[in-house]
Structure formats: C-alpha cells, structure tokens
Design a protein around this ligand. Structure first.
Ligand code: SF4
Length: 381
C-alpha cells in the first residue's frame, strides 16, 4: 500500500529547513520559532505568523560550542549551532520560555549573534498555589500579544485567538485519533512514523497539517483493514523533553521484540494532550490549560503532580508491560525528577529501563545489549 501522506510527514520532519524556506517563498509570511515547550502558539498564529517548534538538527554541533557549553542539552547547543551556521536565516524571530537555566541563556546569545528583531522571552511561571501566578501568566500573554502585533503589523482580536484555538484543537484531536488507532491496532504504525507525524504538526501551518492528518488517518485505516501489524511486547516511552529522540533508537526498540504502544514525550503525546476550552475568554482558557498539571511537567516546578503515576495510567490504558525512559543528556528538569519516578516504578513493580539520549553520539550497540537483556526480563513477566 502506498503511504503518500505518511511519507510527506517523514519528508517534512526529515528536512524542516527545506520545507519552511519553500513555504516562506510561496507565502511571503513571517516565521517565528517557539523554544520549546508550553509556548501559546495560538497567539502567534492569530497574528497571521507561522509558529514552528524549534528542533534539533541532525548535524553534530561544531561552531555552536563557541557560544554554548558542551554540557548543555542537545537542543540548546544544536539551535545555536544552526544560528551560527546561518541555517535559520529564514526565521523572523523566536519566542523562548523560561523552562530551564539552559533555555534562559538562549536570548542573550541570540541578541549577540542574530539580527532578529523579535526575540521574546516569556517567563511562564512555576505552578504554585496562588492567584498571583494566574495574573502573572496572563500578563505574560498580554506581552506576547503586543510583541506579535508589532512583528506582524496585525491586530490580534479575541475572535482571531478563538479561531486559532479551534484550528489547534482540531489538530490535537486528529493527533489523538491517530494515537487511538495505534492503541486499538498495536504495531500498525512504527514509533518512527508516529514521531514524524507529530513533528510535521510542529512545523507545518496547522490548517495544512490538519488536511494531511486526515489523509494519514485514511491510510492507517486501510492498513488496519489489510492486517499484519508488527508484534512485540507492548511498551510505553516517556521523557525526551523538548527534543526529538533518535529515530534509529526507536527502530532499535521495535526491532528487538518490543512495540511502542503510547508515549509521553514532547514530540509525541505531550504536545497535543489537553485541548483548550473554546470560550469568550481565550486567555483564561490558555491559563487553565497551562495550570492543569496535564501532562505533568518538571520544567514547571510542579511539585504536586506525580509524573510516574501519570505514566502508570498511560501503561494501564494501553496494557503495556514496561516503560522505557528517554533521558535527554544534560536535561536538569528531567534528571531531577527521575529518581522519584524510578523509585515509584520499582515500588509498583513496573519494569523500567533508562536510556540516556545524546545529541551526537549514541552507541546503538551498547544500547542494543542493554535492551536485549531488558526484553528477556520483561518477556518472562
Ligand atoms: S531538553 Fe531539558 S535542558 Fe534542554 S531546553 Fe528542554 S528542559 Fe531545558
């Protein structure tokens, strides 16, 4: 069976630079990079701009090391490396969220090394019990609205934001429909393919991506009818905050006897779970989503949520047998959250393995050996 829509997702995810440069030439619109999680993209969209989520290049970091410490995570190093190599000249600006100390340093480096007129730093607050953080969150959105109006020359009205929320919610629904098809037909689509589908949504205009996702769903339904899905021990992957895991790693997981049935990674379900309420007060809806604790996020200082319990629920929903933690090397928020999660998995008797994911070097042979032992253990459970 031909997989034309799925192939398009793979192509766009494999070469976001080429896709976006061409899109800009054809549409003559400004593109704003969102770095990385929890940026209210709908506001940028409502200004008539194209928000795209910052990605990790597939090149090793070289001159980027002159500006960013080698103990930064892959995304921060790779993004600055791409800037210095002038690969991101088609961007018109960036919106950066306070997520972690490494992200907090990015605006200063960009100010010194780009000519971008729009470098917006958002200090989205940690989740504490106080009304003042809601007010502060909303004031940050107001600041973003003013900045995006200035960048685009367009007025952002309430109606425009509501329209953008509806388009984004449709995209979230389509992505969750695709996850539901995988849940009900385990092995029908690979983890690498799912990654490219979500990644395409982060890059393309949502209006176009929505059409593409409808075609993907059609293709998947045909595949379901044909039967013959891949079999294996059902596992859930989680972690991989902000950046793409190596597709080769996902292939390895699925080529040695496991099959990924669901995930809680950013280029995955974390991006689209939890739609916004469509109401007359879209800013309030955005605040409610941000403060909802779903999905639990270690970059929000969310001391009340239990990430491992959330993962455990995903496992139960999918009848998964084990969990694979994808830990971005040098990602402090996840590194700090992980020990508690690991203890909980152990207490609950959930088999878990942690794989450290590096931007450049990943010794797949070493990982293969560890994963093979893991498969032997969970295969006997
Ligand atoms: S992956 Fe971790 S360290 Fe890197 S920007 Fe995201 S939260 Fe920060």
């Amino acid at each position: 069976m031909k997989q034309r829509a799925l192939n398009q997702c793979m192509e766009i995810s494999g070469d976001p630079y080429g896709y976006l440069k061409k899109w800009k030439q054809n549409n003559n619109k400004k593109i704003i990079s969102c770095f990385a999680m929890n940026i209210p993209e709908e506001i940028i969209h409502a200004a008539g701009l194209l928000p795209v989520i910052a990605w990790r290049s597939n090149e090793s970091v070289s001159i980027g090391h002159s500006r960013v410490a080698s103990f930064n995570c892959g995304l921060t190093r790779s993004f600055i490396d791409d800037v210095l190599k002038e690969k991101l000249n088609f961007l018109d600006g960036v919106v950066i969220n306070r997520m972690c100390l490494q992200a907090q340093g990015i605006p200063f480096i960009l100010e010194q090394n780009t000519k971008w007129a729009n470098i917006i730093y958002m200090s989205l607050p940690a989740l504490y019990d106080s009304d003042c953080i809601h007010d502060f969150f909303k004031s940050e959105l107001d600041r973003l609205i003013i900045a995006m109006e200035k960048c685009s020359g367009n007025k952002i009205t309430t109606e425009k934001i509501i329209n953008s929320i509806e388009i984004y919610n449709h995209n979230r629904k389509l992505l969750s429909d695709i996850y539901e098809i995988r849940r009900n037909n385990i092995g029908i689509i690979s983890a690498r393919e799912i990654l490219s589908i979500v990644h395409s949504s982060m890059i393309m205009p949502k209006e176009e991506n929505n059409k593409l996702l409808l075609e993907v769903i059609e293709e998947l339904n045909l595949k379901v009818a044909e039967g013959n899905p891949k079999s294996g021990i059902p596992v859930v992957i989680y972690g991989s905050l902000c950046q793409t895991p190596h597709p080769e790693l996902l292939d390895l997981i699925e080529n040695i006897g496991m099959v990924v049935v669901d995930d809680d990674i950013f280029i995955g379900s974390r991006y689209f779970v939890n739609s916004l309420n469509v109401s007359d007060n879209p800013i309030e809806s955005m605040a409610n989503r941000y403060f909802s604790h779903i999905p639990p996020c270690p970059t929000k200082g969310d001391y009340k949520s239990n990430w491992s319990a959330y993962i455990s629920d995903i496992m139960n929903k999918n009848k998964a047998k084990a969990v694979i933690t994808l830990m971005i090397k040098y990602c402090p928020p996840h590194m700090c959250a992980y020990p508690d999660d690991q203890i909980t998995f152990e207490k609950k008797g959930i088999p878990e393995i942690m794989l450290e994911v590096e931007h450049e070097i990943i010794s797949l042979e070493q990982v293969r050996t560890r994963l093979q032992s893991f498969v032997e253990i969970i295969g006997g459970i």
